[in-house]
Design a protein around this ligand. Structure first.
Ligand SMILES: *Cc1c(COP(=O)(O)O)cnc(C)c1O
Length: 423
C-alpha cells in the first residue's frame, strides 16, 4: 500500500512504454468509432469506453482515479464545481419526497443548495448541530431519510465533525454518510476510515491550491450495501429505463454502482462536467498537496497562536490549537494537522473586523480560501449574507467572524502583517 504522498504524485495514471509522463489533456468533445453498433453498446453501458466528454473524458478519469485513490475509495468522478459535487452526491440517492439529515455547520453555498434549491425540488432537510447528542441526532431521522451529510472541518465555522457519531446514526437507519472533506483533504483525514460512505470535495480549494480552477469531486467508498435496502434505494437496485433496464448494483457491483449512476444519469442530464484543461491544472495541484498541506497547517497554527495571545482579539477558533473546543476531535480524526484556515473575532465587532481587513497588506480580501496566497473574508457580509441572525448562529458564524486563510508565505510575515493591521 503506497503512502499518501506517493499517491498524490503518481496516483490515477500509469503511462505505458513511450507514453507521456504527464497526464495528457484530451481536448476533444467526442471520440471516433468504426461502426454505429460499437457506439450503441457504449450508450447502453454494455461496454466501457469514451464517446462524449459530457459523460467521460480520459483526462478527467485519470484525475478522478487519483482522488479516489487518495480517499481510499473504489470510484470517483470530477464535477465542474464543489456545488455540483454536493448536489450530485445527494441527488443521486435522494429525490422528490425524500429527506436528508445534515449538520447545520456547513458551507453557506451548500446550506443554500439544501435549504432553498433542493427544497424546491422536493427534498427536505433537517439540520442538526454537529455537537448534538446521539438522542438529538436520532430524532432527526424520518422513514423517508436517504442520507446524512456533514463537513469534516466546516467552512467557515471550523467545527470538526464527529464522523463516527454521524456514521453510526446513519448506518443504524440504513442510510449512507456523505462527508465534504474539502478543508481537511485526504492528506489530513480520510473519512472512509471512520465510517463515512461517500466523500465530496470542492477541488477549487486546497486540491487545486493555486486559485486556478473551480472544480469538484465525488468519491464512493464502495462499502455501503444498497442491496440491503432495495426499496429505499430503488434508484440503484431496480432497472433504469433510461438505460434499457440496467440495474446499477447488479451490473457494476457495490464498487461501481453509485458513481456509474451519477455519471450516466446526473452528468448526462445536468452536464456539470469539469473541462479537461481544468482537470490537468487540478492534477498539478494534487501532485504537491501533501507538501503544501503541511505548510498551510504550520502557518495556521502559528497565526492562531499569535492571535490567541493578542489583547486586540476577542476569540480564536482553530481546531489545531491547544485548548480549542474542537481540538480533541481534531486530534482524533486529523492527528497530522487540520487546515490553514483560522477564524477569529476582532474586539470591536463587525466594524472593527472590516477596518482590520482593510489594513492587511499581505492577506487580500477575497471570496476564496485554501489558496497558496493568504486571503481573508468577512462571511456575515459576503458568503453567508443570505442568512438571518439565527441561521448564522446555527451555522457557527458570528457577525464579527473573520475567516483568515493562511497561504504558503512565511509565517513571520503573516504575523507581522496581522500585528500592524490590529495596531
Ligand atoms: C467552497 C466550498 C464548496 C463549494 O465549492 P465550489 O467549488 O466553490 O462550488 C463546498 N463545500 C466546501 C466545504 C467549500 O469550502
Amino acid at each position: 500500500m503506497q503512502g499518501i504522498g506517493t499517491k498524490c504524485v503518481q496516483g490515477g495514471y500509469t503511462p505505458g512504454n513511450g507514453e507521456p509522463r504527464q497526464i495528457p489533456i484530451v481536448q476533444s468533445t467526442t471520440f471516433k468509432y468504426a461502426t454505429g453498433a460499437e457506439m450503441a453498446k457504449l450508450f447502453d453501458l454494455e461496454s466501457n469506453g469514451y464517446f462524449y466528454t459530457r459523460l467521460q473524458n480520459p483526462t478527467n478519469d485519470a484525475v478522478a482515479a487519483k482522488i479516489a485513490a487518495l480517499e481510499g475509495g473504489t470510484a470517483g468522478m470530477l464535477t465542474s464545481s464543489g456545488q455540483a459535487a454536493n448536489f450530485y452526491a445527494v441527488f443521486n440517492i435522494a429525490s422528490c419526497g425524500d429527506h436528508v439529515v445534515s449538520s447545520s455547520s456547513i458551507y453557506g453555498g451548500t446550506y443554500n443548495l439544501f435549504a432553498v434549491t433542493m427544497k424546491r425540488m422536493g427534498v427536505d432537510f433537517t439540520f442538526v448541530s454537529p455537537d448534538c447528542s446521539e438522542e438529538e441526532l436520532e430524532a432527526a431521522f424520518r422513514p423517508n431519510t436517504k442520507a446524512v451529510f456533514g463537513e469534516t472541518i466546516a467552512n467557515p465555522a471550523l467545527t470538526v465533525l464527529d464522523i463516527e457519531k454521524f456514521a453510526k446514526a446513519a448506518h443504524a437507519h440504513g442510510v449512507p454518510l456523505i462527508v465534504d472533506n474539502t478543508f481537511a483533504t485526504p492528506v489530513n483525514c480520510r473519512p472512509f476510515e471512520w465510517g463515512a460512505d461517500i466523500v465530496t470535495h470542492s477541488t477549487t480549494k486546497y486540491m487545486d491550491g493555486h486559485g486556478a480552477g473551480v472544480g469538484g469531486a465525488v468519491v464512493d467508498s464502495g462499502k455501503f450495501d444498497w442491496t440491503k435496502y432495495p426499496e429505499r434505494f430503488a434508484c440503484l437496485c431496480t432497472p433504469d429505463e433510461s438505460y434499457h433496464g440496467v440495474t446499477y448494483t447488479e451490473r457494476f457491483g457495490l464498487a461501481g454502482a453509485y458513481i456509474t449512476k451519477a455519471t450516466a444519469q446526473l452528468m448526462r442530464d445536468f452536464g456539470s462536467i469539469q473541462s479537461p484543461q481544468n482537470a490537468f491544472l487540478l492534477n498539478m495541484g494534487l501532485e504537491s498537496l501533501h507538501v503544501r498541506m503541511k505548510r498551510h497547517c504550520e502557518n495556521g497554527l502559528a497565526v492562531a497562536r499569535y492571535l490567541k495571545g493578542s489583547d486586540k482579539v476577542a476569540w480564536v477558533r482553530y481546531p489545531g490549537l491547544e485548548g480549542d473546543e474542537y481540538h480533541a476531535l481534531a486530534q482524533k480524526y486529523m492527528p497530522g494537522g487540520t487546515c490553514g484556515v483560522v477564524s477569529f473575532g476582532v474586539k470591536g465587532g463587525r466594524e472593527a473586523a472590516e477596518r482590520f481587513m482593510g489594513r492587511l497588506k499581505i492577506a487580500a480580501i477575497e471570496t476564496h480560501v485554501a489558496d497558496a496566497r493568504t486571503c481573508c473574508l468577512h462571511p456575515a457580509s459576503t458568503t453567508h449574507r443570505q442568512m438571518n441572525d439565527q441561521e448564522l448562529a446555527d451555522a457557527g458564524v458570528s457577525p464579527d467572524l473573520v475567516r483568515y486563510s493562511c497561504g504558503l508565505e512565511d509565517a513571520g510575515d503573516l504575523i507581522a502583517d496581522i500585528e500592524q493591521a490590529l495596531a
